[in-house]
Write a protein that binds this ligand. Structure first.
Ligand code: NAD
Length: 476
């Protein structure tokens, strides 16, 4: 057992950053400038609830403004604190750089347990928090653009957007002040599923690289792989359900707040989700074995482990017992720096958070662009595309007639080919391209450099290089 102490989340991010920077040749002092958080704002505000004033504490941390606006989610959870928000803001900087989303990094959080409040109370609290941030330009279409994170979703983003609009009645770009809004309130198709979808695309790309799959001591395709997922929230649910229904994966374990479900033959993600909605947890779900200790299921035998809940769940205490040869960090910071070292030595391959969960910010970027351009993607070209496809189909139909039995179009070709892409298809295509390109770059650095031993270090090197070029272009 190691005698080292477990670093905090922010220390973990810094240690991983330092590890990568040691392999780079940055101008003196720039390393420190990139690493530190530029500013963290703490706001304390009161809301009158149930006949008394309750005081809440919230944060918005701006890690790097090498590009503006800065971008990053807002988390509602009891564990929110400055260290966590700063770590998450730093990860946002590197994540945006890695997937080439033109933003600096930021993150926010409110210390609250949303389950303790009625919807109208949550609206009051969220609007007040948004007011506190917006009046300091910590919510602003060209300076700071939040998004959903743990404990928040479309509902909260719609309240935040509306609050900003009320405070800035003549701002034509007000809708771009926050992303992750509902489609009917300035959002974009595919944002809710985006982070989970990105996890799926990341895994697909990983399995297109047999040499990387071999590094994890695995072989073959994604089809049939046994998956354990922790956290069946927005990210975990979408990742698990897509992998189950579209890639043939077997979900053998689901870990939630109230314990874990395990079934080596596979668990139906959709029905567990419905069970949680109805019963508030996984306890009592009939078609799998329930274990009260969720953490134990992290250590079960499987091919792919997807921590999609919170940080620090794989740490120096349990890292040695983790059996999965491949971990994809759908959550932010689920593996501590200490555990990262242990797992690397064991040969476990980790697809790092800054890449694995970048689907959310990627589609947020598309939403922000849509809001600024005031037009839905595909609106101008869809029917024109269909008309051009019609020309090809008409020619093929003539050939079909001419060749008789010798050749004919496959039955659904016409229908599939004719249809111009709608917004959802365009979003998924843009996301897929982003995830593939970023993975290829990471994998290239991993293979080309002997001193780079894992994908995380490769990801940091690419991201830091881009941030540093940006700073240098600004004359720093
Ligand atoms: P969420 O609130 O929708 O879901 C979190 C889930 O984890 C819930 O089902 C919750 O019950 C479960 N959970 C909480 N504590 C747990 C515990 N101790 N053990 C097991 N399960 C537990 O949150 P989310 O948006 O899915 O975010 C999850 C992670 O993904 C976070 O680390 C977040 O920062 C990261 N992330 C989210 C997005 C996004 O677009 N929502 C984008 C990038 C990264």
């Amino acid at each position: 057992m190691s005698t080292k102490t477990e670093p905090s989340f922010r220390e973990s991010v810094d240690l991983m950053f330092n590890h990568a920077v040691a392999l780079m040749d940055l101008p003196p002092g720039l390393e420190e400038k990139i690493r530190v958080c530029n500013a963290t704002y703490t706001v304390r505000f009161g809301v009158r609830l149930r006949g008394k004033i309750e005081t809440f504490t919230g944060y918005r941390s701006v890690h790097s403004e090498h590009m503006e606006p800065v971008k990053g989610g807002i988390r509602f959870a009891m564990g929110v604190n400055q260290d966590e928000v700063e770590a998450l803001a730093a990860l946002m900087t590197y994540k945006c750089a890695l997937v080439e989303a033109p933003f600096g990094g930021s993150k926010g959080g409110l210390r609250i347990d949303p389950r303790q409040y009625e919807e109208h109370e949550m609206e009051q609290i969220t609007r007040r928090f948004a007011y506190e941030l917006a009046k300091r330009d910590l919510i602003h279409p060209s300076q700071n653009v939040p998004a959903p994170d743990m404990g928040t979703g479309e509902r909260e983003m719609a309240w935040i957007a509306d609050q900003y609009r009320r405070m800035n009645t003549t701002d034509i770009n007000a809708n771009a002040c926050v992303t992750g809004k509902p489609a009917h309130a300035g959002g974009i198709q595919g944002r809710v599923e985006a982070t989970g979808r990105g996890v799926q695309y990341a895994l697909r790309e990983f399995f297109r690289h047999p040499e990387d799959v071999a590094k994890a001591g695995m072989s073959g395709k994604l089809d049939g792989k046994r998956v354990i997922v922790q956290g069946l929230g927005n990210v975990g649910y979408h990742a698990a359900t897509f992998l189950q229904h579209e890639d043939g994966c077997r979900i053998t374990g689901i870990i939630e707040r109230d314990g874990a479900l395990f079934n080596p033959d596979g668990i139906d993600v959709e029905s567990v989700r419905s069970w949680i909605v109805k019963h508030g947890g996984v306890t009592g779900y009939p078609d799998a074995t329930h274990t009260a200790s969720g953490a134990a299921v992290l250590e079960e035998d499987c091919d792919i482990l997807i921590p999609a809940a919170l940080e620090g769940v794989i740490n120096m205490e349990n890292a040695n017992r983790i059996k999965a040869p491949l971990i994809i960090e759908a959550a932010n910071g689920p593996v501590t720096a200490g555990a990262d070292e242990i797992l690397r030595e064991k040969g476990t391959v980790i697809i790092p958070d800054m890449y694995a969960n970048a689907g959310g910010v990627t589609v947020s970027y598309f939403e922000w662009v849509k809001n600024l351009s005031h037009i839905r993607f595909g609106r101008m070209q869809r029917r024109q595309e269909e008309a051009r496809h019609q020309l090809v189909v008409d020619e093929l139909s003539r050939l079909d007639e001419y060749l008789g039995d010798a050749w004919s179009m496959t039955p659904d070709f016409k229908e599939k080919y004719l249809r111009g892409a709608d917004e959802l298809e365009l979003v998924r295509s843009g996301l897929d391209d982003t995830m593939r390109t970023a993975y290829q770059k990471m994998s290239q650095v991993w293979h080309e450099r002997d001193d780079v031993k894992d994908l995380r270090t490769a990801a940091y090197i690419i991201a830091i290089e881009r941030v540093s070029s940006s700073y240098r272009a600004k004359g720093l």
